[in-house]
Design a protein around this ligand. Structure first.
Ligand SMILES: Cc1cc2nc3c(=O)[nH]c(=O)nc-3n(C[C@H](O)[C@H](O)[C@H](O)COP(=O)(O)O)c2cc1C
Length: 302
């Protein structure tokens, strides 16, 4: 998906999903499995660097693993204080740490102190765990620890992924610290992007699900002449979808192929009604080749 989205263009930077750090130094093979881009000369795509994200609560171990990520070619390190998953929170990772701003501080500081000064160390947080009472304190802790910038997903853990995202809270945070803040949450189209910038008072926005649902979103934001009309953009998307299928077939165990394709088609359906029709057509198909046959028939040959 990252390969595909990098090709559709428009982004300035991408971030990996988190690599979970416990109290050990992870072997290179774990980094390579989760971030295969590390194996090429440059971790990223053209002029889009791919920042490697770590998640954990052991400052020393986070620092050691950050150094390892850099040795392996990561251009910068981001730290996750937003993940809401139960299994992750149970082992003191992600959004649960927002209950303890001093731990958030110590994690960011340990990584900041360990890595060379020219390497950016950033953090991503939600507004809190149960409520927003520690939002500012956490942001200030991240700034005091020396983070280069902060990304804010404008919801608490308890709010999950339910709209709305509270962009006005990002402005509050931005006005209480001096490092750059990147706004995140519920940006599904270029209009959302501009409203998010206005309300959050941020110049930069991170997009997640909206970009997977509409792979041209970043491009449409950057270039307002890029087609937005659904049928025209669906036609443009077709070769990328076939490319995605070929990539999945090449890299993923055959029995999982149908699941990956369906998963993306479902997300595409949030934006493109055409994707829902295609999804319904392959919904009961589990054979990778036959899924490919339907895609090729509907989307044109590769
Ligand atoms: C399936 C899934 C996996 C995610 N994994 C990560 C992750 O590893 N690291 C992270 O910082 N955010 C992760 N997020 C959160 C998104 O980066 C983003 O903050 C959130 O979806 C809100 O932005 P959006 O409304 O643009 O999607 C994940 C979200 C989803 C739905």
């Amino acid at each position: 998906m990252r390969r595909l989205l990098a090709k559709t263009g428009g982004a300035d930077q991408m971030v990996t999903e988190f690599i979970r750090v416990n109290d050990t130094l992870l072997p290179p093979k774990i980094f390579h499995k989760l971030v295969p881009e590390l194996e090429s000369d440059y971790c990223g795509y053209g002029d889009i660097p791919l920042v490697v994200q770590l998640l954990g609560s052991d400052p020393e171990s986070l620092a050691n693993n950050a150094l390892r990520a850099l040795e392996l070619g990561a251009p910068a390190i981001d730290m996750n204080f937003g993940c809401p998953a139960k299994t992750v929170n149970k082992s003191r990772g992600g959004s649960i740490l927002l209950k303890e701003p001093e731990v958030v501080h110590d994690c960011v500081k340990a990584v900041r102190d360990a890595v060379p000064a020219n390497i950016q160390v950033s953090a991503k947080m939600r507004l809190g765990y149960e409520d927003k009472s520690l939002a500012i304190e956490n942001a200030q802790a991240i700034e005091a620890a020396g983070a280069s910038y902060l990304t804010v997903h404008a919801r608490t853990k308890v709010e999950g992924y339910k709209p709305p995202a509270h962009w006005e809270w990002i402005a509050k945070i931005k006005n209480s610290i001096d490092i750059p803040v990147i706004a995140n949450g519920e940006v599904w189209n270029p209009d959302d992007y501009w409203r998010c910038r206005e309300v959050s008072e941020c110049d930069d926005v991170m997009i997640g699900r909206g970009w997977v649902a509409n792979p041209f979103l970043a491009r449409q934001i950057k270039d307002e002449t890029f087609p937005r009309e659904l049928e025209e953009s669906w036609q443009l998307l077709k070769p990328y979808m076939l490319g995605f299928y070929n990539d999945v077939i090449a890299h993923i165990e055959e029995r999982h192929v149908h699941g990956r394709i369906k998963q993306w088609l479902q997300m595409l359906s949030w934006h493109y009604p055409q994707a829902k029709i295609l999804f319904d057509e392959i919904r009961t198909e589990r054979n990778a080749q036959r899924v490919g046959d339907v895609l090729k028939a509907r989307l044109g040959s590769v």
